[in-house]
Structure formats: structure tokens, C-alpha cells
Design a protein around this ligand. Structure first.
Ligand code: SAM
Length: 250
């Protein structure tokens, strides 16, 4: 089982993010807790997680289906936000076969209470399947439960250490041979890491601030000694040019 750890950032981490001053480093845009709260209160939770609601939801469902997803599988959506992929995956999967993890409990709440209700599918999911943690720990999930996972547009907002922490802490939830798909902004090999990089879709990424870029070898390295075998998929149709990695439980 994964090691015990706090289920939320805790008051200290929250206070640090909220007090960040201009010029100070805020690790991720999702650490801006006041901005998060005010967007959710204003009903703009879809904007908070990047908009493109149907496009990005359908893209994730289609990709997982092309990768072998079946209705009887159990899926973990890592950094699921307000269920942009969930509203597409939940009707496809058998009831309660979708599990979500996110750092922000308020996004899980609005996803469950507003988005699932709006889609008329709230009866297909227990609220307990959605769990708040910023260290990728889901206390309602047992060992070897998950067949497939998606982690879309999450590590693009986080330093590379989180990739390793995510892989380490989620491993036990997966069946042997199960796959975890993770997107990232790809920095071509040989490109200066610390300089901003603009991809072919016009998105500029950074070495030390959100949105982050990584090389393929960074994403492979982060899986070393975690129990996952990494392989590169690359292009999968993401509208902002995020690339895809596959991690298979060895
Ligand atoms: C761009 S949104 C993507 C949401 C979802 N994957 C989708 O495609 O709709 C990024 C999400 O990552 C979550 N997130 C950021 N840091 C996280 C962490 N350390 N652990 C879990 N979730 C995190 C944010 O709260 C947010 O919901």
C-alpha cells in the first residue's frame, strides 16, 4: 500500500501559496488558492481547468478507447479537476468504475454536484470515488484495482519531482501490466532547458515555472526504480501540442 500522508496541502502550504508576492515563485498556477476559489464561486470552474470542455473530454475518452479501454475496466483520472474527462468516461464505464484524484477538493465538489448533475449521470458514481490529495494518494482505492489511468495537463503545471511522486504513490493501485498515460510539454532534446520554449502550437513553456517543459528522457528518468516501464507515444491530438507518455506497471 502507498505510504500514509496528508490528504490535502495542509494549512501551511496553503498559506504560503496565498501569500505569494509578485516576483516570488509560485510552483503551480493551481497553488493560487484565492484565484481558484473566486473562479469556482463565479461558476468559471471550466475555465480554471483549461476550457475546451467537450474537445478535451472526448479526446481523452477516444484516446483511452483506442488504447484498449473497455466498459468493465476501472479507470483512475489523476488530476481530474471538475471531471472534464469524467463526464465522458463515466457513462462509458460500468457504474462506479471511474476514480478521480485532485489536489483541489472544491473542483471535485463542483464536478460531482454540478457537472455530473448537468450531464444526468450523478447516479453512476459515488462521491467517495473522488479523492483530494496533492501527493496522488487515493484512500478509497485498494491494491491492484485499476486497469488504466489518464493524467492529462497535470504535470505541465508541476515540477518534475511530482512525476516521480505520482508514479511511486499510485503504483499499488494498478493491476500488473496496467497503463498510466501522462501528458507533458515536450522540450526537444538538445534545447536549452532554462530558456522559454515555444512549441509548434504557439504555447510557450518554461524550465522553472508553470507551464513546465520536459524532455522525453526527463519523463523516462522520473520513472526509474518506481516499478513502471516508460515508453514515449508523443502526438495524440492534443490541441495545445502536449505529448503523451505511457507508463506500464512492470
Ligand atoms: C489543467 S487541469 C486538468 C484537469 C483534467 N486532467 C482535465 O483534463 O480536465 C490541472 C488539474 O491538476 C490538478 N493538480 C495540480 N496539482 C496537483 C497535484 N499535486 N495533485 C493532484 N492534482 C493536481 C489541478 O487542481 C487541476 O484540476
Amino acid at each position: 500500500m502507498p505510504p500514509p500522508s496528508p490528504a490535502s496541502p495542509g494549512p501551511q502550504a496553503t498559506a504560503v501559496a496565498a501569500q505569494a508576492q509578485p516576483g516570488q515563485i509560485v510552483e503551480s498556477q493551481y497553488d493560487r488558492t484565492e484565484r481558484t476559489a473566486s473562479l469556482i464561486a463565479a461558476g468559471k470552474h471550466r475555465n480554471l481547468i483549461g476550457g475546451q470542455w467537450n474537445t478535451m473530454g472526448d479526446l481523452q475518452l477516444d484516446f483511452l478507447r483506442r488504447s484498449g479501454l473497455m466498459p468493465e475496466h476501472r479507470v483512475l483520472d489523476i488530476g481530474c479537476g471538475c471531471l472534464r474527462a469524467g463526464v465522458k468516461l463515466i457513462p462509458y464505464l460500468e457504474p462506479d468504475h471511474y476514480y478521480g484524484l485532485d489536489a483541489e477538493k472544491a473542483l471535485l465538489d463542483v464536478g460531482f454536484h454540478k457537472e455530473l448533475a448537468r450531464a444526468g449521470i450523478q447516479d453512476r458514481l459515488s462521491r467517495a470515488n473522488l479523492y483530494a490529495s496533492r501527493l496522488f494518494i487515493h484512500r478509497r482505492l485498494g491494491a491492484a484495482a485499476i486497469d488504466m489511468a489518464i493524467c492529462n495537463s497535470v504535470m505541465t503545471h508541476l515540477p518534475l519531482n511530482y512525476v516521480r511522486i505520482c508514479l511511486e504513490n499510485t503504483l499499488d493501485y494498478f493491476k500488473d501490466g496496467a497503463s498510466l498515460f501522462m501528458t507533458f510539454f515536450e522540450l526537444p532534446a538538445g534545447t536549452r532547458f532554462s530558456a522559454p520554449h515555444t512549441n509548434t502550437h504557439g504555447v510557450t513553456t518554461n524550465g522553472a515555472s508553470d507551464p513546465y517543459h520536459y524532455t522525453v528522457s526527463d519523463m523516462v528518468h522520473a520513472a526509474e526504480a518506481t516499478g513502471w516501464a516508460a515508453s514515449y507515444i508523443g502526438e495524440w491530438g492534443h490541441p495545445r501540442g502536449q505529448a503523451m507518455m505511457r507508463y506500464r506497471r512492470a
